[in-house]
Design a protein around this ligand. Structure first.
Ligand SMILES: N[C@@H](CCC(=O)N[C@@H](CS)C(=O)NCC(=O)O)C(=O)O
Length: 289
């Protein structure tokens, strides 16, 4: 193992603005807005403020699945929040999500707007509102919610732990990478065992548990996250691979992944989504020749 650093924590931690690595510009130890900025509002009942990270994709995938099912009330405007530019600290965004993280949803369909933040809460809110992708029978519902919350509790070890130290930290720390690689491989094994004999995570039904888990763990095993596929030997998780391929082929999943995307092929980037035709007419390759 590398020599441990000679850092000795001081009695009281103080903010060193330069120590945040890739995210030094946006990371802060305080909450609240940094500037005044109203959020835009479109014509649909649902207003989504987001970015196509795995947490953002969960919501756009569910919205596209609901629309594909004919739930026209799920029409939405998706506005781009550029987190590297600090849009999440604008006063309007903080009013919708006091935690200053995408995704954030405003449901304006009722007499008073309803704000929803935390991707798991948004998935459950939408699935219940439209009566789809969450089972109603008590045992199946418990299983679905267990896996939904498993994802919400587990992914920070994948993203904030493994991804941060493997791909983003300003130095490679063997202890941290080891610790989180072990945990992420354990999580992949949990999922792999669950998918033995189960088409989807909770059995035969595609639910918000799959929609929550796929962008993180499906993305990881398909080599879309952190360039870590070889390092984590993701080909070993055969059942996760099979499940990730099947979900990745769904048209609504393909569309959901494009919304608020700002990287990759320009034909896959739909910065803002206000209409179902935008997928054909407003991707970046069409807007910026
Ligand atoms: N638990 C939250 C996590 C959301 C989250 O971490 N969002 C990230 C992008 S994936 C973000 O907005 N980061 C901006 C920041 O930390 O300032 C959820 O699932 O909604």
């Amino acid at each position: 193992m590398n020599n441990p650093t000679d850092y000795v924590p001081p009695k009281v931690w103080t903010w060193d603005k330069e120590n945040g690595g890739q995210f030094a510009k946006i990371n802060r130890p305080i909450a609240g807005p940094t500037h005044e900025k109203e959020l835009p509002v479109g014509r649909h009942p649902l207003q989504l403020y987001s970015l196509a990270t795995p947490n953002g994709q969960k919501v756009t995938i569910l919205l596209e699945e609901l629309l594909a099912l004919g739930r026209s009330g799920a029409e939405y405007d998706a506005w781009l929040i550029r987190i590297n530019d600090g849009d999440q600290f604008g006063s309007g965004f903080v009013a919708v999500n006091p935690n200053s993280k995408i995704p954030a949803l405003l449901d304006r369909s009722g007499s008073k707007p309803v704000r929803v933040f935390e991707s798991g809460a948004i998935l459950l809110y939408l699935a219940e509102k439209f009566g789809a992708f969450v089972p109603t029978e008590s045992g199946a519902r418990a299983e679905c919610l267990s896996w939904l919350f498993w994802q919400m509790g587990s992914a920070p070890y994948l993203g904030g732990g493994f991804g941060h130290f493997y791909a983003y930290a300003p130095m490679k720390i063997e202890y941290a990478i080891d610790r989180f690689a072990m945990e992420v491989k354990r999580q992949l094994d949990v999922l792999d065992r669950q998918l033995v004999g189960n088409e989807y995570v909770t059995g035969g039904e595609y639910t918000i548990a799959d929609i929550a888990i796929w962008p993180w763990y499906g993305g990881l095993v398909k080599g879309l996250q952190y360039g870590a596929a070889e390092f984590l030997a993701v080909q070993d998780y055969k059942h996760v691979q099979r499940w990730a391929d099947a979900i990745g082929k769904r048209p609504a999943v393909r569309r959901g992944r494009m919304v608020n995307r700002t990287s990759g092929e320009t034909s896959s980037q739909l910065h803002e989504r206000h209409d179902s035709t935008d997928f054909d007419t407003r991707t970046q390759d069409k807007l910026v020749p």
